[in-house]
Write a new protein. Sequence first.
Length: 604
Amino acid sequence: MENSPLYKDTIFARKDLESLIISDIENVDHLLQIEDWNHASTSEIVDAFRTLTSYARANGLVISDPQFDNICSAISGRFKEFADDEMIEIGKLHTLWLFPPTSTEKNYELLRQSLDDFYCLRYTNEWFRTRNYTKILQAADTLYWQRWGAKSHFLRLMIYHLGTKTQEHHHMIQIMFYLGLMKQIPDTFKMYDLEKRIFSFRNQCSLPELAIVANSLFRTKSRLQYYPLMQEFLVKSLKSFSLLDDFLLTTISKGCNEAPQELKPLVALLQKRLTSNFNNFGMVAIIHAMWIFVKCGVIEEDFAQLVYDKSLSNFSNLRTKELTRIMIMFTELESSERDLKNLGEKLLAELEISQKQEWFQKKEFITGGVLHRLLLCGICPHDRVNEYLNFVNQRSVSSHSKIVGDKSTEALGIDVHLEVFYPNYTGTRLKPDLREAIYKYRFENCSDKFVKSCGTKGKRSSFNLKRVQSIEDSLLKVLDGRKDYMLVKQLVPSFGYIDVVLRISQEGLFLPIPEAMKLSERWEITKIPRQHIEDGDRFLALTFIGQSYEYTSKKISCFQREKKMILQSLGYRHEDVPIDNWIRATSPQQQTNLKTIISNALKK
C-alpha cells in the first residue's frame, strides 16, 4: 500500500518505526533466561522487548521462536498495567519482527490480541471520552502496519464510532484510509451514515483525499451508497481533469461503479473528456474507466473503438484482470466494426501463458464469465470448458447456497449454451442437482441486495411478482380469459426474465399450450414438441424486459442476444417487450400493441 499514489501518510513512517532498533547488540542471554517477569516494571519489560526485537532482526529470528515465549507472555499477561505510550511502543516494535508466512504462530497472535484488547479498553474508558484523537490514531497506526483488518475489534470500533463523531476532516480521511484494511466491511457498519459524514467535509477535501475514500470502499468490496458523495467525486474530477493521472482515473472508475440514473450525465461527460485526452492515460486506467461506462449504459462507440484498437496492440502488456474485462465488455458491445472471434482467440492465446493461466484458474467466477463470452463469440475451448465444469461439479448442493450461487453463476449459462449450440459436445456437463441449485439461488431467493439513494436497503429479483401478475391479467383479456392459451414461464433458465408463450395456428388462431411445455422443470429449457412444429404451429415468446434502474444496472445485452438466439434455434418467434410501457398502457392499447407485436413477429 505504501507504494500506491493513493497512500495516505500514516502517523508513524517506516523510518520512525525503525528508529527504535538498537544497533550492535551482541548478547541477550540474560533476558532470555528470565522466566518470571512479574517483579519487573512495565518500563523494564518494554526496554527488554526493544532489545530482543533488535537482536531478532539482526539475526533473522521470528517471534514464534520458543526462546521469546517468556517475554511475550509477560506482555500479554500484564497488558492492562502498561501506560498508553508503552503499549503503543510495543505495538510499533511488534511490526518490526520478521513474521513467518502465515503469521498465525502463538506469540504473534498473542501480542496482537493483547494490543487490540488494550486499545479497546483505553478507547472506551478514556481516549474517546477525553477526545484524545492522537492516541487513537497512533494505536490504529500500529495495527495498520501489522495489516490487521477485520479481526481487530479496535479498528472496527474506532473507524465507525470515531468516523461518525469527529469534527476534523483530516481525521476522517485517516480513518477511511484504515478502512481499506477491512477487506470486507462488517455487517454492523452503516456505511450510508459514514459516507454522509464524509460528505459534510466535502469543501475541505481535495480530489486525492476523496480518492482515498473511494479506494478504501473498493478494497472492502463496498458500493458507494451515499450518492451526493459520488456526485461530489465526479464533479471534482471533471473540474480538475487536467490533474488526473492513471491512479486517480482508476479510482474514479472504482468509486462510481454503481452510479444511479441521475449521475449518468456526469459519467457521460467524463467519457467525453477521456475520449479527447485518450493518449494521456495508460491502458489499465482506460479499461477501468470503460467498465464504468458500460455498466452505466453511457458507452459511446467512438470511445469503445479507441479502446478496441489500442487493446489489440497491448495484449501482452495487460494483466489477466484487464484481459478478461476486455472480453466481457466487447461481447456486450456488439459492432460490425469489431471481430470478436479474433479478439477471443487472442485472449485465449494470452491466457495460456503460465502465470496468467494460474490466476485465471483461481478466479472461478471470472473463469466462467470469460468462457461464457468465448462461447458467445463462436469459440468453444473444449479443454477449458471441461476443466471448469469439472471443478464446479465438485461442489456439493448441500454446501452454502450463497457460495454455490455466487461463484458458479456462469456455469448455468455455459451449460445451457452447450446444450443448445453444441449438441455433440462430449465433455463434462453441469450436474442436474447443481443446475437446479444455481437456478433457485439466482431466481427464487431474491438474494441481490441493493441500497436506494435514500439509504434504505432493498432486495431485487429478476422476477417482480406484482408485474408478472399484471402482465398475465392484461394478456388474459386479450385471450378472452383462456388461461390455457398462455404459458408464463422463464423459458431459458440462465436468463432471468419472464416469458409469455402464445401458440398460434397457421390460420392465426390462438391454441392451447401443449402440456409437455407446462410440465418441464424451471431449470430446464422449455422446448417445443417436434410434432407441433411439423404441424405448422407457431410459438411466439414475448420476453418482458424491465427498464428501471434495478433491471438495467447489470450488463445483460449479450445475454439478451444469446436468449434470442437460443429461442430462435428452438423454433420460437421471439420479441422483447418493454415492461414499463406495457403496464402503463390502457387495456385497449395493450390489445392493439399485442396484435401489432404478433403480426410483426409472424412476418419474420
